[in-house]
Design a protein around this ligand. Structure first.
Ligand SMILES: Cc1ncc(COP(=O)(O)O)c(C=O)c1O
Length: 575
């Protein structure tokens, strides 16, 4: 299809948020797989609802309630048409993909799944299409199986028969992988599942706003989507379910709206979709999602898909030109949506994201809620650029220039723009960490995790009643984490316990100071650790700098309690 008749510039102007500067640079928003931006039409729909029609749905006989009900139900009809569902009754409003999948796991799973049954997933699933099934398997005694990926980062379809056996009761898979960008052949997978009598669920979080979807042609039993990834507001999404299948399911949440009649001991329930919509729903969200559907339809999903794919292929090609950078997902020309994840030699994804952020570019770094996939690929994390129809080739060029510059500035270690001294010290310690290793005999061991970043660290501390006799660490993390750990071990070895705690507080005061205060030289006692004072400019990175120190603090606490093994997570720390 030819997109030449479309004025992408004019369309971009529909998104007020894009017209701003970040860190003095025009915003480039490449985090669309996490959430898309919202056009004025959607913002207006929200505002119009609250200014004119706000009222509760279904239970009112007055004018406002009838208007709200009509608009809410009209949104359901729009979504049904958008997905080519057989009727609006097949659309259940939920909070999003995660809730839709949980709804199926808890209603269908509880009623139909038995010990010995198998739920088939794939190795590239988002945690949202993994954890609900793990919980269900624990409850029912069912087993999880995973269709592998091949070295092109596509599903190993040649092994489908081996995994899709008659024990499989449900096959749930992602349409477009949020980590790899891979587009899966959903109709083919559904047809194969039907042959063995398994139901199917398509996780369409990354596809619903990006390409035409026809649930009847796909042949799925369920399909889950999130409004906020397709120009709609947060907190609203939908579950498509084939009518006969939805009708066979028990209610999920109990409460108002989902009942026909209620007695003290027993109630009777409405037909789907209302059976699954207990309580006051997200009325404004559903109406605004309807506006998002109208907006996307007016552009045309074929054109959006073509635009996103072209941009992703262009980005993949240009990124591949940067030395030491590896793009994940299908090779150039493969079936890829608008998602391009990559890893850089010597650069942790969080450093890449912080560097891009300083140039006004919003990327995402981490495990992208696909931790098992990252481990399978031997990675802790990756950086990800994800595109939508308002992104341009010029924006991709800017990203390439920023990354290439970052890569060339420090050949051995990709570092943040915090000055020459910082670069020298960080390059030195991140690539050649001191006191790297383990202590066995009598040492306290603390395992530390920084879930937001994927940093992991194991600290081993040998403590006498007075002082830190020896201290070593292992682990893998971003440059800030590794440098901080390396410098910390140098600083703390031989210090008495009280002094070590005091240094920890001094260091914390340096890195966690207000981002507006200039990082000066810092207290003399901290020495080289003062180069990390600049981290205060990146508040989201303070946890990286503090991971080793929090582990050390825990080691002191463990020793006081007479324990030698412990763990901490920066998730729990308020820095
Ligand atoms: C493939 C995939 N599935 C599920 C989800 C979960 O979506 P939500 O958080 O909107 O429920 C996401 C979100 O990133 C996703 O990318």
């Amino acid at each position: 299809m030819n997109q030449s008749h479309i004025s992408w510039d004019r369309i971009r102007a529909d998104f007020p948020i894009l017209d701003q500067q970040v860190h003095g640079q025009p915003l480039i928003y490449f985090d669309n797989a996490a959430t898309s931006q919202k056009p004025r039409a959607v913002l207006d729909a929200l505002r119009h609802y609250y200014e004119h029609d706000n009222s509760n749905v279904h239970r009112g006989m007055h004018a406002l309630s009838m208007r709200a009900t009509d608009a809410y139900e009209a949104a359901r009809v729009k979504l049904a048409r958008y997905l080519n569902a057989a009727s609006a009754e097949e659309i259940v409003f939920t909070r999003g993909t995660t809730e839709s999948i949980n709804l199926v796991a808890q209603t269908w799973g509880t009623k139909f799944l038995r010990e010995g049954d198998v739920i088939l997933l794939t190795e590239m699933e988002h945690h949202s299409n993994l954890v609900p099934w793990q919980l269900l398997a624990e409850r029912t005694g069912a087993t999880l199986r995973f269709l592998p990926i091949n070295d092109r980062h596509e599903l190993a379809l040649d092994r489908l028969d081996e995994f899709l056996t008659s024990q499989v009761k449900l096959f749930s898979f992602v349409h477009i992988s949020n980590s790899l960008g891979t587009i899966n052949p959903v109709a083919e997978l559904c047809a194969a599942a039907r042959k063995v009598g398994a139901l199917t669920l398509v996780d369409a979080a990354q596809s619903a706003g990006h390409l035409p979807l026809d649930v009847q042609a796909i042949g799925c039993d369920f399909l889950a989507l999130s409004g906020h990834k397709m120009c709609g507001p947060t907190g609203i999404g939908a579950l498509y379910g084939k009518k006969t299948v939805l009708e066979s399911l028990p209610p999920w949440h109990g409460g108002g709206e989902m009942i026909v009649s209620v007695g003290y001991e027993k109630s009777t329930y409405k037909q789907p979709p209302y059976r699954f919509e207990a309580g006051t729903p997200n009325i404004a969200g559903a109406i605004a999602l309807g506006a998002a559907v109208d907006y996307i339809e007016a552009i045309g999903r074929e054109a959006i898909f073509e635009h996103d794919c072209q941009l992703a292929q262009y980005a993949q090609k240009r990124l591949g030109e940067i030395p030491g950078l590896r793009v994940l997902g299908p090779p150039l020309g493969g079936a890829r949506g608008g998602v391009v994840s990559f890893v850089m030699e010597h650069a942790h994804a969080h450093d890449v994201v912080t560097l891009a952020d300083q140039a006004g570019i919003a990327l995402r770094g981490g495990h992208h809620c696909t931790q098992p996939l990252m481990h399978k690929l031997g990675l802790e994390s990756s950086a990800r650029a994800s595109f939508y129809f308002y992104n341009t080739q010029a924006e991709v060029d800017r990203l390439i220039a920023v990354l290439a510059e970052g890569q060339s500035r420090a050949s051995a270690s990709f570092s943040l723009p915090l000055g020459e001294l910082y670069e020298t010290v960080v390059t030195d310690h991140a690539t050649r960490p001191r006191n790297f290793g383990k202590l066995e005999e009598g040492a306290v061991h603390v395992h530390g995790d920084n879930p937001s970043c994927g940093d992991t660290l194991d600290l081993h501390v040998q403590l006498s009643p007075e002082k830190v006799e020896n201290i070593k660490f292992t682990g893998s993390g971003c440059t800030i984490c590794m440098t901080s750990a390396s410098l910390m071990t140098l600083k703390l070895k031989g210090k008495n316990r009280a002094e070590a705690r005091r240094l920890m507080h001094l260091f914390h005061d340096q890195v966690a100071a207000s981002p507006d205060t200039e990082a000066g030289r810092g207290p003399r006692e901290l020495g080289d650790l003062n180069v990390l004072g600049g981290v205060r400019k990146f508040p989201q990175r303070v946890k990286c700098a503090m991971l080793a120190w929090r582990a050390f603090e825990q080691a002191l606490n463990e020793a006081d309690a007479g324990v030698t093994e412990g763990s901490i997570s920066t998730e729990d720390a308020e820095e």
